[in-house]
Design a protein around this ligand. Structure first.
Ligand code: PLP
Length: 430
């Protein structure tokens, strides 16, 4: 039987087995949170199976009985104890009236950007934002008209395109170049697009979801100078920035050059790194150039989108002033999960290749050698293997034949998922 033929009759739930060796050696590196000391393991346990039933989880809502949900980008871990404690303490005051944005909010972001990403940010560059995607949409509305062009670099986070199109903007693809192992930006392609269209905005995913790249200085600098020459605004989505893996250093777009500071708007948030996606819209922008900042912040104010909810303020301040030890442990744990996945696919030749991410908890799997259509591929994972993964095709050009696996969960679940894949794909008749 060929690989493309589904194995029938293998119950996913029956495949509860662990096939993997222990995680391989972890890479050591230079990130701000990498220290030679052992991570602090007290007060949290990433191996804990947290019960999400009764919490209205979107992730689990899409999984049927026996399926493991590894799709939408939230993690199955508790948030940092410092964040929960700060939220509880605030609720204990029973005071939930209209609230201003305190100095501590700005200072927590300034301190975090400096400590984590070596970026010296001025207070007036920073503002609260109502979630990263909502706020990027507001930038589309502030700086473009219906019919204007916005460039994206697929395969890329699907909501950049979705909302641009819903708002009547034209989306132009400048696909990433892929040599089967690594992705890079296509500068020639971008130059052609910017020279032949009246593009207003380039949306950058930095680090890049779903392929997991931490963009280097040279790539960011080239984008900045090209966009400045052509008068194009760069929106840099940095929501995954705090989750760089050992050996990687995130570079905030606006920090790389004068050109970047002139054309860039950075959108960031503790919501991915501290697992706060459902709490309340929690994000911020950093916009060094007054000529971009003023109209943008006026637009937010005009729509009353500038008022930060209490949970966003409290959680951001707690995460960014007290959350670093927890985050250090989390990143080590995620690296261990990623290593499991990489070791598994490199030692088991089953027609699936894992692209090693440089950041975050999402692993991009190249399944083209299985020879399945995208629909068959998705059915294979849900119906035969029992895993709910993200559909690679949703991320645009270059996503066909791929799936995205969320490994932000206890290692036991990652091993279980890999065991299920092996059980189905290694059947002798395949
Ligand atoms: C690159 C990227 N940007 C934005 C978001 C969503 O951000 P928010 O929930 O703040 O709109 C996600 C969520 O997965 C993401 O991966």
């Amino acid at each position: 039987m060929k690989r493309r033929d589904f194995i029938k009759g293998v119950s996913a739930a029956a495949c509860a087995m662990t096939l993997l060796p222990a995680a391989g050696s972890l890479v050591t590196g230079c990130n701000r949170l990498d220290t030679p000391e052992k991570p602090i393991l007290e007060g949290w346990d990433f191996d804990e199976m947290v019960d999400r039933s009764g919490t209205w989880s979107i992730k689990y809502g899409r999984a049927s009985e026996g399926q493991i949900p590894m799709w939408i980008a939230d993690m199955d871990f508790r948030t940092a104890p410092a964040v929960s404690a700060a939220l509880k303490e605030r609720l204990d005051k029973d005071v939930l009236g209209y609230t201003s944005t305190p100095e501590a909010f700005y200072q927590s972001i300034i301190g975090w950007e400096k400590e984590m990403h070596q970026w010296q940010v001025e207070k007036e560059w920073v503002a609260y934002c109502p979630g990263v995607i909502t706020s990027i949409n507001q930038a589309y509305l502030t700086f473009t008209e219906p019919g204007d062009s916005i460039v994206v670099m697929p395969p890329v986070y699907n909501l950049f395109r979705l909302y641009a199109e819903r708002l009547g903007r034209k989306v132009i693809d400048n696909p990433l170049l892929f040599d089967g192992e690594h992705y890079q930006m296509d500068f020639n392609g971008l130059e052609k697009i910017l020279s032949s269209t009246d593009t207003k905005i380039l949306v950058l995913c930095n680090p890049h979801n779903p392929v997991g790249i931490v963009w280097d200085h040279d790539s960011l600098e080239r984008i900045a100078s090209l966009c400045r020459q052509k008068g194009v605004l760069v929106i840099s989505d940095e929501i995954h920035a705090d989750l760089t893996l050992p050996g990687q250093q995130h570079l905030p777009f606006c920090s790389v050059s004068e050109d970047a500071a002139a054309v860039g708007m950075v959108f960031a948030s503790p919501s991915k790194s501290f697992n706060l996606a459902g709490l309340s819209p929690t994000a911020y922008c950093v916009i060094p150039n007054k000529a971009l900042r003023e109209p943008y912040l006026k637009h937010l104010e005009d729509l009353k989108l500038d008022e930060a909810p209490i949970p966003s303020l409290v959680a951001t301040i707690a995460a960014y002033t007290q959350g670093a030890p927890w985050l250090r442990s989390l990143r080590e744990y995620l690296q261990g999960n990623i290593q499991e996945v990489l070791d598994f696919f490199s030692t088991n030749d089953m027609g699936i290749k894992a692209i090693a991410p440089q950041a975050s908890f999402l692993v991009w799997l190249d399944c083209r050698a299985l020879g399945l259509s995208q629909e068959q591929l998705m059915r294979f994972f849900t119906d035969e293997v029992g895993l709910v993964l993200s559909n690679g095709a949703a991320y645009g050009q270059g996503g066909e034949g791929f799936v995205r696996m969320n490994i932000g969960c206890p290692r036991k679940m990652v091993k279980e998922a890999l065991g299920r894949i092996a059980m189905v794909l290694k059947k002798p008749e395949r």
